[in-house]
Design a protein around this ligand. Structure first.
Ligand code: PEP
Ligand code: MN
Length: 272
């Protein structure tokens, strides 16, 4: 691994990368990113933003460009969706995390995003990685569903090598033979990333499991494993979610989860 001379590794840089987004220092504090899978309407987005803010989330997520498996599924509202996210930010003050899927869209999408998300399907989209590498904006790089740690760190490296040091890794589950869960959430990657790299890593238990009942235990386990945060899909009316309904968490459950994370966080502080 060292032969790769990756700057995302600890070798030449023992201090951890800390990225300030809004009121949270990712890599130092435990960051909670919450919001719907996709921006569906102004009401759904803004209402959900208020709910997650009230529960204590640090950032608001929502996709305006949705890379869907089928071309006939909802593809996102595009620019209109970004404008809705801007409204949610104005009303709640929460920084926006949103996905960009095309290198040609990076510069204008970044005007609306505080953190640009690169999804699992685009982890190895090298033109996209090079494009976000030209920005100073934080990038949330999701792990490719079929990718090894080494492949993932090399993709982070494209962004760093382009001149943007602000990369947050996000474990979102990988493909295995298991079908009960949507993906297999690889929590052992969290301490593995910490051993090798100075970059922060957050965990997405929503796509990682695809099941509402598993999101809380996996969020707590992510914190216990040393993750720098979580990203959770929350919808104000989960039954109406246009995208990823089965994993959409209602705001009251998200509130309970936030309380448990606080308790666990205090216990963990007591251990250090
Ligand atoms: C998402 O977070 O909106 C998303 C599409 O996730 P993934 O790329 O991990 O499937
Ligand atoms: Mn989703």
């Amino acid at each position: 691994m060292n032969a790769l001379r990756l700057t995302s590794l600890n070798d030449d840089r023992p201090e951890r990368t800390v990225i300030k987004v809004g009121n949270v220092k990712v890599g130092e504090d435990f960051a909670v990113i919450a919001g719907p899978c996709s921006v569906e309407s102004e009401e759904q987005t803004v209402q959900t933003a208020h709910k997650v803010k009230a529960a204590g989330a640090n950032m608001f997520r929502g996709g305006a460009f949705k890379p869907r498996t089928s071309p006939y599924d909802f593809q996102g509202l595009g620019l209109q969706g970004l404008k809705i996210l801007e409204k949610a930010k104005q009303e709640t003050g929460l920084p926006i995390v949103t996905e960009v899927t095309d290198p040609r869209d990076v510069s204008w999408v970044s005007e609306y995003a505080d953190v640009l998300q690169i999804g699992t399907r685009n982890m190895q989209n090298y033109s996209l990685l090079k494009e976000v590498g030209k920005l100073g904006k934080p990038v949330l790089l999701k792990r490719g569903m079929n990718s090894t740690l080494k492949e993932w760190l090399n993709c982070a490296e494209y962004i760093l090598a382009g001149g943007n040091p602000n990369v947050i890794l996000c474990e979102r589950g990988i493909r295995t033979f298991e079908t009960y869960t949507r993906n297999t959430l690889d929590l052992s990657i969290v301490p593995s990333v910490k051993e090798l790299s100075h970059l922060p890593i957050v965990v997405d238990p929503s796509h990682g499991t695809g099941r509402l009942s598993l999101i809380e235990p996996m969020s707590l386990a992510a914190m216990a494993a040393g993750a720098d945060g979580i990203m959770v899909e929350v919808h104000y009316h989960p039954n109406e979610a246009v995208c990823d309904k089965d994993q959409a968490m209602p705001p009251h459950m998200f509130g309970d989860l936030m309380k448990k994370l606080q308790v666990l966080g205090s216990c963990m502080n007591g251990m250090n």
